[in-house]
Write a protein of this length. Structure first.
Length: 134
């Protein structure tokens, strides 16, 4: 089974999120993203630029929250854990690259797999809304 890959990209230098609909082209070499081009404004497309440490690539995890919003790596989510008296928790979506596995990192609890929650809601992300996890 295959699925279309979708990304959003945090531009550290500009403190700006580049959303999927703004990405025009992604250059891939040997399975790694090496360059992107994206919309600069409604009328202007940027040139293909190399991926550097100034960019953080966040993949769509192929899950949506309870309101239909797409969930990406780096999103801050609120959820109810099945195994913890249905108390609400806030955590961050993380990907374990070695295992190709997504989970929710919750500081006060053990890690949660995505199958252990109820009613997940995206609150923001770690780059634009870091205060949500303080």
């Amino acid at each position: 089974m295959t699925r279309e890959m979708e990304f959003r990209i945090w531009n550290k230098k500009e403190s700006q999120m580049i959303n999927p609909e703004e990405i025009i082209e992604i250059a891939i070499e040997k399975g790694e993203i090496i360059g992107i081009s994206f919309l600069i404004s409604d009328e202007e497309e940027g040139e293909l630029i190399g991926i550097t440490d100034d960019f953080v690539i966040m993949s769509y995890i192929d899950w949506n929250d309870q309101f239909g919003k797409k969930i990406y790596v780096g999103d801050i989510v609120k959820f109810r854990a099945e195994c913890n008296s249905m108390k609400e928790h806030i955590g961050v979506i993380i990907k374990d690259d070695a295992l190709n596995y997504y989970y929710i990192d919750v500081p006060e609890l053990d890690l949660f797999t995505l199958y252990q929650f109820k009613r997940i809601t995206v609150l923001g992300n770690i780059y634009e809304n870091p205060e949500l996890i303080k």
